[in-house]
Design a protein around this ligand. Structure first.
Ligand code: GAP
Length: 530
């Protein structure tokens, strides 16, 4: 765990040092849980979005895109339930004046119990070696059993209090479990109260409550209210989906873990409209498809897991998270929800406008059911960066051990695809040749030309931003029009002709290969189209 938190600190400082992510308004000491993406960050983020978009819209004939506005009619949020129920339980510590989410304080308490159990198991594992039977140990060891019982009791109580919206019970739990403020150690808590997470603002031309607007807390509602516009204008038949990428805003009480929990973030959401009764088939299909999307990027299966929701939201009849093992443990990366007809029916009721589909197969009108996939682009960014960042010892030009920091990002989504490096800066013949190659390649890829510093240092700089290929122009190039192409991960250097560079980089950094990998893993049903 210490190693993991060390990795996390390194990741945060790497993101800043190499221009991936900066704290927002840093000159004013920053704005908490708001971040800016720097030159390499925005390239990586755009590539993640492009990969998601292509896998949804380009790969499925029955999925089309949308870019709805951030501002929506305030009634939208009444119908969706966000005005009344998009709350987190808030508690203040009277001594430190710090604010916390009551459920997170209790979850942190549960994490400590879980750590005790894991420590016990780890110790026993070392003691018994190969013959260790973890399942049996969990069933028989009195300390593990006692802690497990404590854990389960707290978990069940928390789940019930949350689903009942019972703030008094949360306060009682905090008191009974003797949870102290992590900042001050004090147990002097206020009452627990509901805190709505939506940011609000005011329309310029309407004063008072009438002009109150919200910054959308999810992109999904823009899809729901446009359901018929999209269906009619594109003549889609059910089942079909609408995909959207856009900003969402939540006034998170606990904002920590870098870009994991932000107040302004980006979502990539897809709502898939289906015949009522067929939603579980599609729910299972999208679980499989989304897992395949993650593994197609090279994410090892052990780093991902499904986590079924213990308590379903009022609108859902099934919900699962795809969790990823971040440096601070397994946490939600993406949600897949079977949202029934809740949203469309609510908008239909409040607006008085029909949001129904005439199904030519059944010969009847109905409000479709919806299966949603929803992933945070920033969380995906964090997941990929935490997988990619490595410190390695590799041989230098003279064969001696040297250390390097490298971002082993999938080449197709790396910010820069290829760097063009003349061996020496002050040899015009080399630099003009390199410039000519760069000018050709930049028409096809995001490339970099770099002539500053020794070649070894330039390679290291490219490694640190994850550039998969470096092309070096040396004196042989002037003789025979060949260059060396260096591969970031293997460090292998090949001599190739200048004419081959573009095709080689294109082939090895191509998103199509990743998309093919998804199709190889799942059977895209004909009704979705591939
Ligand atoms: N439309 C469904 C929805 O919004 P959600 O589970 O609240 O569901 C979906 O959010 C995804 O959005 C999450 O899995 C996560 O990746 C991302 N997300 C949610 N809140 C976030 C935050 N405060 N900061 C960054 N990403 C967030």
């Amino acid at each position: 765990m210490a190693q993991q938190s060390d990795l996390f600190k390194k990741l945060i400082s790497h993101c800043k040092e190499y221009g991936f992510i900066f704290q927002s308004s840093e000159v004013y000491d920053g704005l908490s849980a708001v971040y800016d993406y720097g030159p390499y960050g925005i390239e990586l983020k755009n590539n993640i979005k492009q990969y998601w978009w292509r896998s949804m819209v380009q790969m499925h004939e029955n999925i089309v895109g949308l870019d709805a506005a951030i501002f929506m009619h305030p009634k939208t949020w009444k119908a969706s339930g966000h005005v009344d129920a998009f709350n987190d339980p808030l508690v203040d510590n009277k001594d430190s004046k710090k604010r916390y989410r009551a459920d997170v304080l209790i979850e942190d308490y549960m994490d400590k119990i879980e750590k005790k159990i894991n420590k016990e198991i780890e110790k026993a594992g070392k003691r018994f070696g190969e013959s260790f039977d973890e399942a049996k140990f969990r069933e028989t060891n009195p300390r593990v059993l006692a802690n497990q019982e404590k854990f389960d009791t707290v978990k069940n109580r928390l789940a019930k209090a949350m689903s009942d919206g019972d703030m008094a019970e949360l306060k009682t739990m905090i008191e009974e479990l003797e949870i102290a403020c992590p900042e001050s150690g004090s147990r002097n808590w206020t009452e627990v109260r509901q805190f709505n997470l939506m940011f609000s603002t005011q329309l310029g031309n309407i004063a008072g409550a009438e002009g109150k607007l919200y910054l959308r807390p999810e992109t999904a509602q823009g899809i729901f209210v446009n359901f018929l516009n999209v269906q009619r204008s594109t003549r889609q038949k059910i089942p079909f989906g609408i995909a959207q990428i856009g900003k969402a805003f939540r006034n998170e009480i606990v904002a920590r873990q870098f870009i994991f929990r932000m107040r302004e973030f980006e979502q990539m959401e897809m709502q898939f409209f289906v015949q009522p009764g067929s939603e579980m088939t599609w729910y299972n299909y999208w679980k499989k498809a989304r897992l395949a999307w993650h593994t197609s990027l090279g994410t090892a299966a052990e780093k991902l897991r499904f986590h079924d929701h213990d308590n379903l939201a009022h609108y859902a009849n099934a919900a699962v998270d795809i969790q990823f093992e971040f440096p601070f443990g397994f946490k939600e990366l993406e949600g897949i929800h079977s949202r029934t007809d809740f949203d469309l029916s609510s908008h239909q009721e409040l607006s008085g406008k029909k949001l129904q589909y005439f199904d030519p197969e059944l010969g009847e009108n109905y409000v479709p059911y919806v299966v949603e996939t929803s992933i945070g682009c920033d969380r995906m960014f964090l997941a990929l960066m935490s997988l990619a960042l490595r410190e390695e010892t590799v041989p230098d030009a003279k064969g001696k051990d040297s250390s390097r920091v490298v971002l082993k990002l999938p080449p197709a989504i790396a910010p820069v695809k290829c760097a063009v490096l003349p061996l020496l800066k002050n040899k015009e013949a080399l630099t003009s040749k390199a410039r000519a190659i760069f000018d050709r390649l930049k028409l096809s890829f995001n490339c970099q030309y770099d002539e500053k510093d020794a070649i070894g240092r330039r390679y290291r700089r490219q490694d640190a931003i994850g550039t998969p290929y470096c092309v070096t122009i040396d004196f042989d190039t002037l003789e025979d029009d060949t260059v060396t192409i260096r591969e970031r991960d293997s460090l292998k250097q090949e001599r190739i002709s200048i004419d081959q560079v573009e095709a080689i980089v294109r082939e090895r950094t191509n998103m199509s290969t990743l998309l093919q990998n998804i199709t190889d893993q799942i059977n895209i049903p004909e009704s979705v189209g591939s």
